[in-house]
Design a protein around this ligand. Structure first.
Ligand SMILES: *Cc1c(COP(=O)(O)O)cnc(C)c1O
Length: 463
């Protein structure tokens, strides 16, 4: 293996200062925020690994594009540039701009969903599931048992369970299935990649059963990187060609451009079918904006058009995937339980294994999130039972795993920032007094993690 230092393929032209605060200050503001990292002010965060969504740095070409943005209401040049780029990438005839991914979801699932309908997916992302359930439809995740093993290496751990897919279609009746959604990379499942072979197989099933294949392609460039590395037929393909091929297997494509669009805001909804496109267009105009801006400024669309090209550049993708692996592999070597192999955009820590003394209903992930913030000013988020646990007739049903994610913003942090994160983990590993768990004192009816508030159990053992 190449032992040279991983070097960021850019140099820094503009800087944004970040502030180091004291541990006692962080403990206090965390308590005041109900221990919910979403309720913290970013000025109080030193290294922000809450999400990779809309948090990336744009390139000089994208900033130049912002200046060139055409702010005309209809038929803007910036829109035409974006449309051309997305048509070329996706091969889909009908391209609609939206302000972000969930707007695309609300429009598409509002049309396809409804009571009695089912959507089947490798894993529905949280906003995807919420938008589906909001129509009265049911979202079912179908991951193979083998992929659930946190330590097992599989090259495409994001693949849907094809056998379960076929049998679920059969048992629910294909007339009740509104669509098959393949999420690439599989965000809520470790950012693990999906193989081309898997998407081809799903395409065949959709052809046979006359079902709609929807690609949730927020991280399609990162997924293409893994395909080129791990699926031998594609080792000579460009990342963009791989994405083009995968998108041509789908009937619809939704994307939050805040991820692989390399922009701070923006989304896409693309469909092949004319009739479906008309229904989407009507909804878009009703709630997002006219078809040539969809809730975005011209400059946002210009930056997105450029970002969608830059994201497939070899130097960028190599740095992107390897820098995520840099953090994950070192944590693993340190004995921190991580989801293996490391995915594209985030490292997932198994807090259930790290803090086995905390019961799932007392949220071990939340305990780690709080330690990272108090000790190091690092913001992370629980994607275990805080996000996915629920009460079923009064009984607590935990998430499958008590994960915490460290999402890496694109082109934002340097290797020394990441080395600092590793230092904080080392301190957590060597802690004498183990942290206690949490209990929920407020929760909203859906997407709980955004506004939930906690209280610490046995708070005397802490601070
Ligand atoms: C982020 C994301 C979405 C939703 O996009 P927003 O821009 O946050 O509304 C949908 N699906 C996946 C896989 C995502 O990662």
């Amino acid at each position: 293996m190449n032992q040279r230092t991983l070097v960021e393929p850019f140099r820094i032209k503009m800087v944004e200062p970040v502030r180091v605060t004291t541990e006692s200050y962080r403990a206090e503001i965390l308590r005041n925020s109900g221990y919910n990292p979403f309720l913290l002010n970013s000025d109080d965060v030193f290294i922000d690994l809450l999400t990779d969504s809309g948090t990336g740095a744009m390139s000089q070409a994208q900033w130049a594009g912002m200046i060139m943005g055409d702010e005309s209401y209809a038929g803007a040049r910036s829109w035409l540039d974006l449309e051309k780029e997305v048509k070329d990438l996706s091969g889909m005839e009908y391209v609609l701009p939206t302000h972000q991914g969930r707007a695309s979801e609300r429009i598409l699932f509002g049309i396809l969903g409804g009571k009695g309908k089912y959507f089947l997916s490798n894993t529905h992302f949280d906003t995807t599931r919420a938008n589906i359930e909001n129509t009265g439809a049911i979202a079912i995740d179908l991951m193979p048992q083998a992929s659930m093993e946190p330590d097992t290496y599989l090259p495409f751990k994001g693949d849907i369970d094809l056998i379960a897919l076929a049998s679920t279609i059969h048992s629910l009746g294909k007339e009740n299935i509104a669509g098959i959604i393949i999420t690439v990379t599989n965000n809520s499942f470790g950012g693990q990649p999906v193989s081309m072979g898997c998407v081809e197989a799903v395409r065949n099933i959709c052809d046979r059963e006359n079902l709609l294949l929807i690609l949730d392609g927020c991280r399609i460039a990162e997924n293409s990187y893994f395909i080129r590395q791990r699926e031998s037929a594609y080792e000579k393909w460009s990342y963009r060609e791989i994405a083009q091929k995968m998108l041509r297997l789908a009937d619809a494509f939704i994307m939050s451009a805040k991820k692989d669009g390399l922009v701070n805001i923006g989304g896409l909804l693309c469909v092949k079918d004319y009739t479906l496109s008309l229904k989407c267009t009507n909804q878009l105009i009703l709630t997002e904006g006219f078809t040539t801006y969809g809730g975005l400024a011209g400059r946002d669309m210009q930056a997105m058009a450029i970002g969608l090209r830059e994201v497939f550049e070899h130097d960028y993708l190599e740095y992107r995937i390897k820098s995520t692996a840099y953090l994950g592999e070192r944590l693993k070597n340190m004995g921190i339980p991580v989801l293996w192999p490391i995915g594209g955009h985030a490292v997932y820590i198994d807090a259930g294994q790290l803090f086995p003394h905390i019961l799932p209903e007392e949220f071990p992930g939340q305990a780690l999130v709080c330690e990272l913030f108090v000790k190091g000013g690092i913001r992370s988020v629980d994607v275990g039972s805080v996000m996915f646990g629920k009460f079923d007739n009064g009984t607590f049903v935990p998430a499958r795993q008590e994960l915490v994610w460290l999402a890496i913003p694109r082109r934002v942090y340097t290797q020394s920032h990441i080395d600092y994160v590793l230092d904080i983990f080392k301190e957590i590993k060597e802690m004498d007094v183990l942290p206690s768990g949490f209990k929920i004192i407020y929760e909203p009816p859906f997407l709980r993690h955004f506004t939930v508030r906690f209280e610490r159990i046995n708070s005397q053992s802490f601070n």
